[in-house]
Design a protein around this ligand. Structure first.
Ligand code: HEC
Ligand code: HEC
Length: 106
């Protein structure tokens, strides 16, 4: 029974599958997902947290954030938005550490 198993043919078939175009597309997608995960997390780590600023709490809709930070007359100390508008601001600008860290990290 074991003699029927053609190891070389199985290997060749496996290699053909892993080098086929559908699999190459999946490798490229995986690389993109990993790169974007790094890019987003670095951006989230670098972006200033705004939750402690007045008027920057969770109740402010994104449209208000954008309106205030892109208004042409935004000279009275409002920093201008220097990056593209995103569907969420808090993903990067609100992720501060919780005030009370879990016990092991206190
Ligand atoms: C009514 C106008 C207004 C709205 C609405 C507003 N901001 Fe601001 N934002 C300001 C002003 C003024 C400052 C500067 C305040 C300061 O530095 O104390 C500021 C500062 C910031 C900064 C820079 C903080 C820093 O420490 O450098 C970021 C980032 C920011 N806002 C994002 C947001 C986000 C996200 C929202 C929506 C939740 C938002 N803003 C809504 C007026 C506004
Ligand atoms: C993908 C992450 C990300 C998202 C989402 C994001 N930002 Fe930013 N933002 C940054 C980074 C990184 C900077 C540059 C570092 C800094 O100044 O905090 C920045 C800078 C800013 C600044 C300039 C701060 C200053 O001190 O000059 C403002 C204003 C701002 N963002 C507002 C917003 C608003 C409003 C939104 C939602 C529409 C938003 N951001 C969404 C990452 C992000």
């Amino acid at each position: 029974m074991a003699a029927d198993w053609d190891r070389a043919a199985a290997r060749a078939q496996y290699r053909r599958l892993m080098r086929s175009w559908p699999m190459r597309v999946l490798y490229a997608l995986l690389a993109l997902v990993i790169l974007f995960a790094w890019a987003w997390s670095i951006a989230a780590a670098l972006a200033a947290d705004v939750e402690q600023l007045s008027g920057h709490d969770l109740s402010v809709p994104v449209a208000r954030c954008v309106a205030c930070h892109t208004a042409p007359a935004a000279t009275d100390g409002v920093p201008r938005l220097r990056h593209p508008i995103t569907p969420s601001c808090g993903f990067c600008h609100r992720q501060g550490l919780p005030e009370r860290l879990p016990a092991p990290m206190r």
